[in-house]
Design a protein around this ligand. Structure first.
Ligand code: HEC
Ligand code: HEC
Ligand code: HEC
Ligand code: HEC
Ligand code: HEC
Ligand code: HEC
Length: 206
């Protein structure tokens, strides 16, 4: 550990108040997994030149040290995340490259995010526990997605087409942390493109 501290200190570019520095290093020590090798992802993140000695982010970081709201959501049964108390954060948040960017230079005092900006939730993470067939069946009779022409779409069986590719995923409708009206979120998502309450475009546009 002392080895890595020396490295960190060496990398702090400007004079930093020693108290601040010690605080940040302590935090870092708390976040580092027991027995983890020094260097690796974390060292790379610190090498980016943040002057307040940012906490190194890695898949093994102590997420709860900074994201208290999301950590608490795992225990709040009004939030969908509570079904996933046994699932680690990074099972769902596995977009490693984007996550590393988002955390570049961040500390526990940084502004915490209200929504995902850079990273995506990889649906394969969800699919490992929720099969597409089961989901389709669970909402087969749901009519909440019905347009002005009476066309009903199952939220788990949206037609695959060029307009939808990469645009609609689990996270579009399921807010895991924070209470949310899933049905309203689903309707809003569709309406963001189907702006005339019609589930097609060609009838009016080329
Ligand atoms: C040192 C504090 C800290 C730690 C530790 C930390 N985060 Fe973050 N995280 C942040 C901050 C600050 C942001 C906001 C970054 C921004 O606004 O660009 C953020 C952003 C995020 C985001 C949003 C990414 C996006 O799409 O913009 C996710 C998801 C996230 N963190 C998950 C995690 C997970 C999972 C862990 C544990 C493996 C973790 N964080 C560890 C501080 C931290
Ligand atoms: C490790 C397994 C696992 C992973 C990964 C997982 N889930 Fe779940 N999920 C569960 C279990 C178990 C339940 C509770 C039983 C159920 O309703 O199927 C649940 C419940 C839910 C519920 C609430 C269902 C209800 O009845 O209200 C939603 C919504 C959900 N998951 C969405 C997701 C999404 C979206 C992802 C990916 C971002 C995901 N899950 C990833 C296991 C998982
Ligand atoms: C277009 C919006 C939308 C998308 C995309 C979506 N869902 Fe749903 N999901 C819903 C709605 C609406 C319900 C019904 C919830 C209700 O009635 O409160 C639901 C219900 C569920 C349930 C509960 C099913 C049950 O047994 O009752 C799970 C689990 C779930 N979704 C997981 C997922 C996963 C995983 C994905 C991505 C593969 C996904 N959903 C994508 C809108 C969506
Ligand atoms: C079952 C999958 C799943 C798990 C487990 C999970 N998240 Fe998330 N998380 C999501 C989804 C989906 C979103 C995007 C929708 C939303 O905004 O809630 C999200 C959004 C976020 C955001 C963006 C801000 C926000 O609240 O929307 C942060 C930060 C975050 N998660 C951190 C965490 C941390 C830290 C943990 C572990 C304590 C965790 N997540 C566990 C699925 C998950
Ligand atoms: C990012 C924009 C976007 C979003 C979000 C979106 N759509 Fe679409 N949708 C399109 C486009 C563009 C087309 C036409 C694509 C084509 O014709 O190849 C389309 C086509 C469709 C069609 C096929 C219509 C036909 O030609 O028969 C249906 C049904 C549909 N959307 C339903 C939905 C539903 C339900 C939602 C919400 C869960 C949704 N869409 C969300 C852009 C979007
Ligand atoms: C019922 C007819 C109708 C349908 C269906 C429809 N549109 Fe439109 N759209 C219009 C009209 C009329 C306008 C002109 C502005 C207005 O009234 O909103 C417009 C405007 C637009 C614009 C803005 C164009 C500009 O120059 O400002 C875009 C982009 C657009 N539509 C995309 C779509 C997409 C994508 C779909 C399918 C997902 C779609 N529309 C479905 C009638 C329709």
């Amino acid at each position: 550990m002392r080895e890595s501290m020396r490295k960190l200190r060496g990398k702090a570019r400007l004079t930093v108040l020693s108290a601040l520095c010690a605080g940040a290093l302590l935090l870092c020590a708390a976040c580092a997994p027991q027995g983890a090798p020094t260097g690796g992802d974390g060292a790379a993140a610190n090498a980016s030149g943040d002057e307040t000695a940012a906490v190194a982010w890695s898949l093994d970081a102590d997420c709860a040290a900074c994201h208290t709201d999301q950590q608490d959501s795992l225990a709040d049964t009004s939030q969908a995340a509570s079904n996933h108390a046994a699932v680690t954060c990074v099972t769902c948040h596995n977009d490693e490259a984007a996550m590393e960017k988002s955390h570049d230079g961040k500390t526990a005092d940084s502004k915490m995010p209200k929504k995902l900006k850079r990273s995506k939730i990889d649906e394969t993470a969800c699919a490992s526990c929720h099969s597409a067939e089961d989901l389709k069946a669970a909402t087969a009779d749901l009519t909440v997605l019905t347009d002005g022409n009476g066309t009903t779409v199952n939220p788990h069986d949206i037609p695959a087409n060029s307009g939808h590719e990469g645009q609609v995923d689990c996270a579009s409708c399921h807010t895991m942390h924070g209470e949310a009206d899933v049905q309203a979120a689903a309707q809003e998502k569709c309406a963001s493109c189907h702006h005339k309450d019609v589930y097609e475009c060609g009838t009016c546009h080329e």
